[in-house]
Design a protein around this ligand. Structure first.
Ligand code: THU
Length: 133
């Protein structure tokens, strides 16, 4: 269970990271802050492309950065969109985050207030690698 201070810190870091979003096509900047089990926070922002389908969400940008620095155990991720709009990770990001654990807590704003749900709640009946032959 995350402390309210930790939640506030993650939302603040996600909001800062949003400044670096590259979103010229949607004008919808998003920032994410991923809390590693070490206590370190790794941030991400959405990165769009002229070939729209290539656009990368902030959540996946944060996870990719963390994996690339050797970190695979995560406690939580906060996601903040433009202004204080309600936002929830897209389906692709849910599957991407779930790869690293269904106990990861996902913090999003609801009417401006941080709300925490687990990946298990956001992606019920998730596909997992144990189903693979
Ligand atoms: N986006 C994110 O970065 N995270 C989300 O949770 C939802 C959507 C991005 C993708 C695209 O660059 C822009 O927001 C509009 O969909």
């Amino acid at each position: 269970m995350l402390s309210s201070e930790r939640v506030a810190e993650l939302v603040a870091r996600a909001t800062q990271a949003r400044e670096h979003a590259y979103a010229p096509y949607s004008a919808f900047p998003v920032g994410a802050a991923l809390l590693l089990d070490s206590g370190e926070i790794v941030t991400g922002a959405n990165v769009e492309n002229a070939s729209y389908g290539l656009s990368l969400c902030a959540e996946r940008a944060a996870v990719v950065r963390a994996v690339a620095q050797g970190a695979r155990r995560y406690v939580a991720i906060a996601v903040v969109g433009p202004k204080e709009l309600d936002l929830a990770p897209c389906g692709a990001c849910r599957q991407f985050i779930a790869e690293f654990g269904l106990d990861i807590e996902v913090i999003t704003l609801r009417s401006g207030q941080p709300t925490t749900r687990t990946m298990r709640e956001l992606l019920p009946d998730a596909f997992d690698a144990e189903s693979l032959p």
